[in-house]
Design a protein around this ligand. Sequence first.
Ligand SMILES: NC(=O)c1ccc[n+]([C@@H]2O[C@H](COP(=O)([O-])OP(=O)(O)OC[C@H]3O[C@@H](n4cnc5c(N)ncnc54)[C@H](OP(=O)(O)O)[C@@H]3O)[C@@H](O)[C@H]2O)c1
Length: 236
Amino acid sequence: MAVTLSSGFKMPLVGFGVWRVEGKDMKDLVINAIKIGYRHFDCAADYKNETEVGEALAVGAFQSGLVKREDLFITTKLWNSDHGHCSNYDIFLTRDCLAYSKVKPAVNQIETHPYFQRDSLVKFCLKHGVSITAHTPLGGAAANTEWFGSVSCLDDPVLKGLAAKYKRTVAQIVLRWGIQRNTVVIPKTSNLKRLEENFQVFDFELTKEDMDQIKSLDRKHRTNTPGKFWGIDLYA
Ligand SMILES: NC(=O)c1ccc[n+]([C@@H]2O[C@H](COP(=O)([O-])OP(=O)(O)OC[C@H]3O[C@@H](n4cnc5c(N)ncnc54)[C@H](OP(=O)(O)O)[C@@H]3O)[C@@H](O)[C@H]2O)c1
């Protein structure tokens, strides 16, 4: 399952985000991700593990015939990119980029999850042909609570109730909600069982009432706040 970008490329709806995946765990996780069905990998030089992703793909996946390079969608991040992807652009930056850049952005990768829905930005981008990749789609869960003191939507009582109703995990409800609002999700996990769980989101559908209920949970709560270490809001 994939979304077709304005550039013509197809971006799979569920990707594996590899920030904070340790290099030593990468080969096992990447190969298992491909076996599970992941075809989208979200990387960055800043994550300091791109070499390990490359090695896992080259040796573990391409040479062994597990998958072909052309079947994968792989992103990286550059400071100045004119290649159709941007990251953490608000409405004003996206509008400027659409107006002035040589290559129109095909994707804006932003933090969004039930506690930080950013509906106006998502709608603005989709209306103008800019697809949305939801980074931190689980709200960073335990990792962002530990790193940034944020509140995790995975502990939300309403979401727990929906998980019980659909006989799914809260993470699956949150990722399914992300897909149903037409965003692509790139959850990170270093846990093999969760890697599988996070991909099992295509065989059920949330009703409109339940989508609306999740909509009411928005707290405008950004969970990825590295600037807190320096006492500034990097994305203000
Ligand atoms: N462009 C940007 O500025 C930017 C910023 C942040 C992130 N990103 C991208 O987005 C990806 C995802 O963001 P993220 O890692 O910060 O946040 P996330 O995917 O929302 O959450 C990751 C956390 O959730 C836990 N988790 C994963 N699956 C789970 C499940 N099924 N049940 C319970 N807990 C689960 C993980 O723990 P375990 O590993 O222990 O399972 C980890 O603590 C990153 O890897 C990166 O590729 C981009």
